[in-house]
Design a protein around this ligand. Structure first.
Ligand code: FMN
Length: 346
């Protein structure tokens, strides 16, 4: 199950309903659940009062209920630990107690909505990622995913359009701009030890620029990913809007396919698996119908990637996997915008 923000955790505390929502997916035979993005202990890590925290006694007690419920049904799960970085203000009007923080105050080129992090801010943020990871391990989660995608804090460091720093966390090359991510990974690894899977989620695209690519060639991609692998990450979660889209000209390999080929690491693919429309369309209110899995299995059988993340179909239907396994394709629900507004339990 792909990580999907639900905003059903008032004050950052996952409720009993949130625990039931995940438990139902474990019962529905989802092999590995990645939680919705859950924020680390920084005062402006979130722009939404209902996004869960992964710090503080009450929020961690909520997550304990979640993982215990998932394990009771035979599932496995990791939290997706997250710092949003510089954000636009939330439509609810809620704002964090201090300004948003990021590499250079920008969430897209030219759009300043926060402060530039000092080296001390950076150091404390790295430690907060490590703390969240070790708390996940202590609670009994099976792995942890670092959110490095979709234009949030870690991605703001990767992107030359939002990282204008002249210190060692910035630089003209993508390799130089991986330093924040590699420091986070090293701290997480140090905290959780060797025998605990660490995943990082990455995307080429930014929500403000769908077609943007951090890496324009396989060589640039290798320069981006290899430092992350060297820092100690086990699995690369390669976020695309549509998994079938080739990453570079001259090959049909997608992002996860290239990432595996270039680094030899296990990869996760994602993006419109089993659905006709992509997830940005879903945010704009578009519905999607179930679609064939043939192209996905062709790539999987070829060894392009190791795991497949499925988002909206499992958000909308806890029994999606069971139905796929049983070949009950006529009973698949597709995805409508109404599904975004509730925690679907049945
Ligand atoms: C409601 C919703 C919330 C999402 N929240 C997150 C998130 O918290 N973290 C993340 O990395 N991706 C998030 N995504 C992206 C999904 O993880 C996934 O990559 C995307 O939906 C494509 O997969 P799909 O086509 O199977 O839905 C979200 C997507 C949706 C639909």
């Amino acid at each position: 199950m792909a990580p999907m923000t639900r905003s059903f955790s008032p004050g950052g505390i996952p409720t009993a309903d949130v625990a039931t929502y995940y438990e139902k997916r474990a019962q529905g035979e989802v092999g590995l659940i990645l939680s919705e993005g859950t924020v680390i202990d920084r005062p402006s890590a979130s722009n939404d009062a209902n996004v869960p925290h992964f710090y503080g006694e009450q929020a961690l007690a909520g997550w304990q209920r979640v993982i215990d419920g998932v394990h009771a049904k035979g599932g496995q799960m990791g939290p997706q630990i997250w710092h949003m970085g510089i954000m636009d203000n939330h439509h609810s009007g809620w704002v964090p107690p201090v300004p948003f923080e990021g590499p250079s105050g920008l969430n897209r080129p030219g759009n300043n909505n926060g402060t530039t992090m000092t080296e001390k801010d950076i150091e404390e943020t790295i430690l907060a990622f490590g703390k969240a990871a070790v708390d996940a391990k202590k609670a009994g989660f099976d792995c942890v995913e670092i959110h490095g995608a979709h234009g949030y804090l870690i991605d703001q460091f990767f992107w030359e359009g939002t990282n204008l720093r002249t210190d060692s966390y910035g630089g003209k090359t993508l390799v130089e701009r991986t330093r924040f991510a590699t420091d986070v990974i090293k701290e997480v690894r140090k905290q959780v030890g060797e025998d605990f899977a660490v995943i990082i989620r990455l995307s080429q695209f930014k929500p403000s620029e769908y077609t943007y690519k951090l890496a324009n060639t396989p060589q640039e991609m290798e320069a981006w990913l290899q430092p992350l692998v060297d820092a100690g990450v086990d699995i690369l979660h390669c976020s695309q809007r549509r998994f079938w889209e080739p990453e570079f000209d001259g090959s049909d390999l997608n992002f996860a396919g290239w990432a595996k080929k270039l680094t030899g690491k296990a990869t996760i693919t994602v993006g419109s698996v089993g659905l006709t429309g992509d997830f940005f369309g879903a945010f704009a209110g578009e519905s999607s119908q179930p679609s064939s899995l043939d192209e996905l299995t062709r790539r999987m059988d070829r060894g392009d990637f190791d795991l497949v993340a499925v988002g909206r179909p499992i958000l909308a239907d806890p029994n999606w996997v069971t139905k796929i396994k049983a070949g009950q394709t006529g009973e698949l629900k597709g995805f409508t915008k109404e599904a975004l507004g509730e925690l679907i339990m049945e």
